[in-house]
Design a binder for this molecule. Structure first.
Ligand code: COA
Length: 404
């Protein structure tokens, strides 16, 4: 029998409660219903998180959230639909509901002009099959007290640190904006995002927030962290977020962490893949992590929105496959001049054949065409086409610190 499916905003308190219970079953099943209600009352989700339910024949069979971010891409601001949380309650799993919901969500995003999207995967293969591609990495450092002491030994004198709070969001945001401009995929953080996410998070934690002022009294770094574990030596300091305006301020921040050596035995910090810690030859454990997954939602709008190298005056035909978004399927002529692209459907022979995941990784600047050709199967029909793609999409530094 034909099922009637729709993805829509929640209506009424009962649907909101049901949505929330699916989120907690999926992501925090250890919490009791009582705890969930209490956390919820303390810090309800902000308006910018659009809660949606996927209803089949009237039953909520899968849920998701959409956050309409503005993010940095190729040096300009673009809309990025942040997707999360995605969950199907266990009684409805493996029936194609999450996939159907994401397909409908992509249609809604396209209709609203949100032509790119990003999400954190539980398992990247699941989303790769749906067109998202890993588009950033991070380095996870784990320092012992000795590692950190060795690292900060040569660092110069410090300014001052003071405890910060929601009252200081404007100052924190100024430092964040300065730091974030070196990375694509970083987002503009609105007040409500700072309050609800950066200074708390899904698990509604209350981290410590410290602000650093240099010797001139300028606010030039901040660090947000949790201290976990019960016993002195077993405790871990987990840095959840940080930013700095210059390297002196970053080194002061690391010295500040070390001043917790009487309380903490292990320090964890996630950084962009190219962090100065590598130049400073930090010792300790370091692991590379695959980062956020990114997807172009609408090929034409996305390609026409961002600036390209001004000296590039050329064109090629890209043949794109996209099993979820029919409007992205087919051959597109991409003609670039004066730093902008003009994109239109064509019947001409293609120079390069690629799927939407590969195109998304190129667009984000995370992969080069040569890497995709070697590892993933980007198909090249003309050497000029490959060369064009390389000049069109120079690689960029990408990083996404937000948790959603
Ligand atoms: C992950 C989850 C959302 C999948 O929901 P679902 O409705 O069962 O997924 P679908 O039936 O639409 O599956 C879509 C595809 O993914 C595959 N798939 C589903 N669950 C999978 C899993 N756990 N691991 C790998 N592949 C999976 C399906 O086989 C299907 O593949 P196909 O298109 O080739 O047939 C659901 O298991 C869940 O809520 N898990 C807990 C919360 C979670 O991890 N959410 C994701 C956060 S990023």
């Amino acid at each position: 029998m034909l099922q009637r499916a729709e993805l829509r905003p929640l209506q009424g308190e009962d649907e909101k409660d049901e949505w929330l219970s699916h989120v907690h079953y999926a992501f925090a099943p250890h919490r009791s219903g009582e705890e969930v209600r209490e956390l919820q009352e303390r810090r309800p989700e902000p308006e910018m998180l659009e809660k949606k339910g996927y209803f089949v024949d009237g039953a909520m069979v899968s849920i998701c959230g959409l956050i309409d971010f503005t993010g940095r891409l190729r040096g300009t601001w673009v809309p990025i639909g942040g997707i999360g949380p995605v969950a199907t309650p266990p009684e409805h799993r493996r029936r194609g509901y999450a996939k159907g919901m994401l397909r409908d969500l992509l249609v809604q995003m396209r209709d609203r002009g949100i032509y790119t999207s990003a999400l954190w995967p539980f398992y990247s293969r699941f989303y790769e099959c749906l067109g998202w591609g890993v588009s950033a990495e991070s380095s996870g450092f784990k320092f012992s007290t000795e590692d950190l002491r060795r690292l900060v030994r040569g660092f110069g004198p410090q300014g001052t640190f003071s405890r910060a709070s929601e009252e200081d969001i404007e100052v924190l945001d100024g430092i964040y904006r300065c730091w974030a401009q070196d990375y694509d995929l970083t987002i503009k953080r609105e007040q409500q995002w700072w309050k609800w996410n950066v200074l708390t998070g899904w698990e509604k934690r209350s981290p410590y927030v410290y602000l650093y002022r240099n010797s001139h009294g300028d606010a030039s770094a901040y660090v947000i962290y949790l201290i976990r574990g019960a016993e002195d030596n077993g405790r871990t300091m987990h840095v959840m977020d940080y930013a700095y305006a210059d390297l002196d301020s970053y080194s002061a921040l690391l010295k500040f962490l070390l001043d917790h050596d009487s309380q903490v035995g292990t320090f964890r910090i996630d950084t962009p893949a190219n962090d100065p810690l590598f130049d400073w030859q930090a010792t300790g454990e370091v692991k590379r992590h695959r980062g956020i997954m990114f997807r172009v939602v609408d090929v034409c709008s996305a390609l026409e929105a961002v600036p390209f190298p001004r000296d590039l005056r050329d064109s090629a035909v890209l043949e794109v496959s996209d099993s979820l978004c029919g409007w992205n399927e087919g051959k597109f002529s991409v003609a670039v001049s004066g730093g902008r692209a003009e994109v239109c459907p064509t019947d001409d022979a293609s120079d390069v054949q690629l799927d939407i995941r590969e195109l998304s990784q190129l667009y984000a600047g995370y992969r080069s065409p040569e890497q995709l050709q070697k590892n993933d199967g980007l198909r090249v029909h003309s050497v000029d086409g490959l060369d064009f793609l390389g000049r069109l999409f120079p690689q960029r530094e990408t990083y996404m610190a937000e948790d959603f």
